[in-house]
Design a protein around this ligand. Structure first.
Ligand code: HAM
Length: 416
């Protein structure tokens, strides 16, 4: 019989030290900014994403993992992102105050897998729900920038920002782009389709011919209303005031339809084609799109944890990753010593010492070899004579020194 392989585009995490370090560091960091943690389900109604991300986005039209069964009429899916679910949760609870929340967990998109692009990936997602001030955008971006620069010491990252204007600005701009596209020739079939369905998506096209043609297309920030122009300038001034380095990428539109005004991405050249490890922006109408009678202008961002881990790989030495605690291995020499081994392990666990016991009756030689591979600090050997004398043979795995210690004194001996 053949073994069953991993599902395409997914990963097994065999060691989660760095992953956990990122989560802990983020938790500490965002607590300073008064974010609290929430969690929403992995399954949601498909309609939630259709209404918010846009029916013609790649995520909704091609990449959804749909869950349908013969018995159920529910149209469910695995969540491709966490912003719409967070807003759904907010509208369901309708708390008295605005929300500053973060969550983390797996997201699912049926994309073509490659380095940094998976079908199940993990995000840390932050949302500020119920704030219309552009200063809040500056604060959120600064919070993320400080996290990457100060807490994680990333030097290879660059922040790109753009401004999509109000929804009306965007409509007017889409018209200008349409006129431009109608006047050119040679764009690919996908772009021709996007032209009719969701014209701003043409800027996501990777086809070099299309890219070349779009170099001459009108630019959103050249066509902002006076009010949007003021906010766009305010954002840049406030980021500069807070010493956040950024560059303006006028072609940054992001792949989801709910954005207006501010959009941004943190990118790293280290990542290759999938170079964004964090992206976000403002989404002032998402609550309305979900049927809310009241508007909740909001903004947020998501960090791709796998991509962030790739960025951190070369600079792990500069991070204060927690060192593993010393490991103690209990080695009963025969099954008769197993009960004593269990009692000794229980005593060591109660004393807060990281302890494992080899209970499968291996030879001492093979147990020593295993303990060495595990990087154990001490071996605690229990044979017939130790059992009789109420002692343990404690062996220092680094020096090879060994000593018989009374069982009652083992914890204090190891603590020394
Ligand atoms: P997004 O740009 O689609 O935005 O995803 C955010 C980040 O998740 C990306 O920058 C990337 O690091 C990571 N990511 C996305 N797709 C994949 C994939 N297939 N494999 C690995 N990593 C991936 C959102 O999801 C928005 N909900 C962000 C947001 C929050 N906007 C406002 N609030």
């Amino acid at each position: 019989m053949q073994t069953i392989p991993r599902v395409k585009g997914t990963q097994d995490f065999l060691e989660k030290g760095l992953y956990q370090f990122i989560l802990n560091a983020f938790h500490e960091h965002v607590s300073l900014y008064h974010f609290t943690q929430v969690s929403t389900p992995i399954i949601e109604h498909v309609e939630l994403f259709k209404r918010t991300l846009g029916t013609f986005t790649d995520v909704v039209s091609k990449e959804m993992f749909l869950l349908q069964s013969a018995e159920s009429k529910d149209n469910l899916c695995l969540r491709p992102e966490a912003t719409a679910p967070t807003m759904r949760a907010f509208l369901q609870v309708l708390p008295a105050t605005s929300w500053k929340v973060y969550s983390h967990g797996p997201m699912f998109r049926r994309e073509r897998p490659q380095k940094g692009r998976y079908r199940q990936f993990h995000q840390i997602n932050t949302e500020v729900i119920g704030s219309s001030s552009i200063s809040q955008d500056a604060l959120l971006i600064t919070m993320l920038d400080r996290f990457f620069q100060e807490n994680l010491k990333i030097e290879s990252a660059a922040l790109q920002i753009n401004f999509l204007g109000s929804y009306e600005d965007r409509e007017n701009y889409a018209q200008l782009v349409k006129v431009f596209v109608d006047g050119v020739q040679g764009i690919c079939d996908t772009c021709m389709e996007r032209k009719d369905k969701n014209i701003l998506r043409i800027f996501d096209c990777k086809n070099p011919t299309c890219q070349k043609i779009y170099e001459d297309a009108p630019i959103m920030i050249d066509h902002l209303s006076a009010e949007s122009q003021k906010e766009w300038e305010q954002l840049q001034t406030e980021l500069s005031l807070l010493s956040v380095t950024f560059s303006v990428n006028p072609r940054l539109v992001r792949g989801l339809d709910y954005y207006n005004k501010t959009v941004f991405e943190f990118v790293s050249a280290q990542l290759g084609a999938q170079n964004a490890f964090c992206g976000g922006g403002r989404y002032d109408r998402l609550a309305d799109e979900l049927g809310s009678k009241k508007s909740y202008p909001s903004l947020g961002a998501a960090i791709g944890i796998e991509r962030l881990m790739l960025v951190l790989e070369p600079i792990l030495d500069s991070l204060a990753l927690p060192q593993p605690k010393p490991l103690y291995i209990i080695m009963p020499l025969a099954a008769e010593q197993n009960p004593l081994a269990l009692i000794l392990a229980d005593t060591l666990h109660a004393a807060g010492l990281t302890t494992d016991a080899f209970l499968d009756g291996d030879s001492l030689k093979s147990m020593m070899r295993r303990a060495n591979t595990m990087g154990a600090a001490y071996a605690l050997i229990l044979g017939e004579s130790e059992q009789k004398d109420n002692t343990v043979l404690v062996k220092n795995m680094m020096t090879g020194d060994q000593e018989a210690i009374a069982q009652v004194d083992v914890v204090s001996y190891l603590r020394k």
